[in-house]
Write a protein that binds this ligand. Structure first.
Ligand code: AMP
Ligand code: MG
Length: 347
């Protein structure tokens, strides 16, 4: 029986100053090389604080087309455009209500994507023909530096094959996309799940995809007179809301109460330390149910189970669907959806 615990690793903080400086110098060269590839119309996978992105120059339709090809992503699924400064809003969007600026400044840079009316310089391929564009300013230093050195906004969906598990390490990217031009390795991502996506319509803010920025936090900072809704607008295609997504290649089952036994060749993912029945492999995303840790380690735990040869099925504990738990359960249910016949409780 193999047990494993993912705890927060911070490569830089744990290194001696000399190794840390070497790491930074190495990163700068790597980022310059990656920026050169982006500027030349190539594809680069890079870390953000949420998950790894697969980036291309957002203003170059041929470069963006390579993202769809590499991911085998349907053309109806729009991409998020990553920026490094607020100046890009004026260039990439139109008719943005002035009163939402303080709201955006509250959460950006950070794991929030805002969908706004697009300007003419945003190619249709980026937005799948929609007249809106999703914009995010990542907080991750490597991502910011890459955008800055590339000199262009970077269109980047998660760096995985469409429908498969999202990547939270460079190794996860290499597993699914071994043939892209370059992978910028920035260690494990800290948030671990994709950004919260919102859009504005008149005085309404709509949550399109839950993330680490919770509905409560959004509501607290909305401009006066604005309300938050999670109702899905029919006019907005948001494939991030597809029922099946982010799936491991092995059957995944969600449980509330720990079963007393498991079939042979099962893997178990838990979010708090507890006594467990005999099982092939177990992973704790957190030792005490800390939802930030659960989110940070969720995809890594699923990747590890997917990659373990003698595991044939995966069991994962649910979390309470409140606060950050909403986003965690959203990813879990989508990951398990295609195995729903045996997983009817959550469908
Ligand atoms: P990914 O970057 O792989 O997490 O996917 C980005 C997701 O952002 C898409 O699947 C959509 O759900 C959402 N998105 C991006 N742009 C728009 C847009 N203009 N309107 C609505 N949703 C969008
Ligand atoms: Mg994705």
């Amino acid at each position: 029986m193999k047990q494993q615990c993912f705890l927060h690793k911070n490569f830089c903080k744990n290194q001696s100053p000399r190794i840390f400086m070497y790491f930074c110098a190495m990163q700068t060269n790597d980022i310059q090389k990656a920026a050169h590839i982006i500027a030349g119309g190539g594809l680069v996978a890079f870390p953000t604080e949420t998950v790894y992105g697969l980036g291309a120059n957002a203003l170059n339709p041929e470069a963006v087309a390579k993202i769809f090809a590499a991911k085998e992503r349907p053309s109806f699924d729009p991409l998020i455009v990553h920026i490094d400064s607020f100046d890009w809003f004026a260039k990439l969007t139109t008719n943005v209500p002035a009163e939402i600026s303080p709201f955006l400044e509250q959460f950006m840079p950070g794991p929030l994507t805002v969908v706004l009316p697009k300007s003419d310089i945003v190619p249709d391929i980026v937005t799948s023909g929609l007249n809106t564009v999703g914009i995010r300013m990542p907080a991750n230093d490597i991502a910011r530096k890459l955008i800055q050195l590339s000199g262009c906004p970077i269109a980047a969906p998660s760096a995985n094959k469409f429908g498969q598990l999202s990547p939270s390490t460079a190794a996860h990217v290499r597993k699914q996309l071994p043939n892209i031009d370059y992978i910028l390795d920035g260690g494990s991502t800290s948030v671990g799940i994709e950004s919260t996506i919102i859009t504005f319509n008149n005085n309404e803010c709509t949550l399109l995809r839950p993330g680490i920025i919770t509905p409560e936090e959004i509501e607290k900072h909305l401009p006066l007179g604005y309300t938050l809704t999670t109702k899905k607008s029919k006019s907005i295609i948001a494939p991030g809301l597809l029922q099946s997504h982010y799936s491991p290649k092995k059957p995944l089952f969600i449980f509330d109460t720990l079963p007393s036994s498991f079939p042979p060749k099962s893997g178990l993912i838990l979010h708090a330390e507890q006594a467990i029945p005999a099982i092939e492999r177990s992973i704790f995303t957190s030792l005490n149910g800390n939802l930030l840790e659960v989110a940070a380690h969720l995809f890594s735990a699923l990747h590890t189970m997917e990659d373990t040869p003698n595991i044939e099925r995966i069991y994962i504990q649910s979390v309470a669907p409140q606060g950050l738990g909403i986003a965690i359960m959203d990813r879990m249910k989508k990951a398990a959806f295609q195995y729903q016949t045996e997983n009817s409780q959550y469908i």
